[in-house]
Design a protein around this ligand. Structure first.
Ligand SMILES: Cc1ncc(COP(=O)(O)O)c(C=O)c1O
Length: 380
């Protein structure tokens, strides 16, 4: 199989990640639940991973790196834990349902008003809109760093500056960028950064978290055992246990730790360059084809390694089926949990076929994918 569905999850993981998980599964106790060797080893690994992620994202204090199962849980925690009833929030039409659904729920249950920065036909936003939409009761800007449909990357430093000027909390969904595009929470004025471990970070599924800027208070989404302050009736106030009830996925976190080491050793810029080359190679191969419509902005300085396209009026599911059945190429058709962006692109009913590249793909795989698209499009 030629795997070009890396925006969903990266299948290829560094061997050291696999080894770290296997080793952890044979030796780790429960982090912060005891002082025996197994528990201490787990606690040390978890702390060490917080430290590495705090460094990677410029979060400052490692205690403000909170682990959870993926960015969906991180976004639910961030949105529900900071946005009060009857306030106003600015978000965008690029968002994934992991942002939209928590916000729609607050809209329905808490009377929160939502304003959406529009996407144009190339999936681009007008940055001035963030400024124009701010009003007296606005409390937050919640937006994605990279679109999982078009691969367009937003200038979050610019949005962060607008949020700062208006005194708004800036919540960023870095699901498509964490691990491959540098993120500096300090410089970009990010209040809460939500990440997932299993995509570009190349860690195990079931890992992810949120990095909370010092001074930002987040109400816990869940409460329960923390291994500390057991006689208190309420969740401890201090981070990270405030937001981490229940046993952590220490096995997965051990893998995530090894994944961060791997990325640091190779260099994020090297990984990014490689992914861009593969993505551009594919784009060049399909861009001029008759009957092929490509979505997104390819003139920008920075993109995620994604190319979404359609072939004439063929349903995207049919194209993806043919790609896997005839050519052994795995892609992702349909709506990609991005309903508003599909509406903006005019692909609501057809969906789109998303090709997404990892640094482990090869030129030969890309060329095979180009050939497949050429053949399918050529038959029309
Ligand atoms: C932009 C974006 N946000 C959020 C998510 C949710 O990630 P997870 O399923 O790891 O929670 C995804 C996953 O595809 C995504 O692409």
């Amino acid at each position: 199989m030629i795997y070009l569905d890396n925006a969903a999850t990266t299948i290829w993981k560094p061997q050291q990640v696999i080894d770290a998980v296997a080793e952890a599964m044979q030796s780790m106790g429960n982090a912060s639940r005891g002082v025996h060797a197994g528990a201490l080893q787990a606690a040390r690994t978890v702390y060490d991973t917080r430290r590495k992620l705090a460094h990677l994202f410029h979060c400052g204090n490692p205690s403000n790196v909170v682990f959870c199962s993926n960015s969906t849980e991180a976004l639910n925690t961030a949105v529900n834990g900071t946005i009060g009833a009857k306030t106003h929030v600015i978000t965008t039409e690029l968002e994934h349902n992991s942002v939209l659904r928590p916000l729609y729920r607050l809209q329905r249950e808490q009377g929160v008003c939502l304003s959406f920065v529009k996407a144009d036909r190339k999936g681009r936003v007008d940055y001035g809109e963030f400024d124009k939409l701010a009003r007296e009761n606005t409390v937050a800007v919640v937006c994605t760093h990279g679109s999982n449909l078009t691969g367009n990357v937003l200038d979050i430093a610019r949005i962060g500056e607008i949020a700062r000027m208006h005194g708004l909390l800036f919540i960023v969904d870095a699901s498509q960028t964490a691990g491959v595009i540098p993120i500096d929470m300090e410089k970009m004025q990010i209040g809460i950064l939500c990440f997932t471990g299993h995509k570009s970070l190349m860690g195990p599924q079931g890992t992810g978290g949120l990095c909370v800027r010092e001074g930002v208070s987040v109400k816990p989404l869940k409460t329960g055992g923390t291994g500390v302050q057991s006689y208190r009736r309420f969740q401890p106030e201090e981070m990270p246990v405030r937001l981490e009830a229940g046993t952590l996925n220490s096995h997965g976190i051990a893998g995530l730790s090894a994944a961060v080491d791997y990325i640091e050793a190779i260099g994020m810029d090297v990984i990014w360059e490689r992914e861009q080359q593969l993505m551009q190679r594919f784009y060049q191969g399909v861009a001029g084809l008759e009957n092929v419509q490509i979505y997104g902005d390819f003139a920008t300085w920075k993109r995620a390694a994604i190319v979404a396209l359609n072939i004439e009026g063929i349903d995207s599911n049919e194209v993806a089926d043919e790609l896997i059945c005839t050519y052994g190429i795995a892609t992702r058709p349909g709506a990609h949990c991005a309903p508003l962006l599909h509406r903006a692109l005019g692909t609501e009913s057809q969906g789109a076929v998303r090709f997404s590249f990892s640094w482990h793909n090869t030129e030969a795989e890309v060329d095979e994918a180009v050939r497949a698209v050429q053949e399918i499009a050529g038959r029309i």
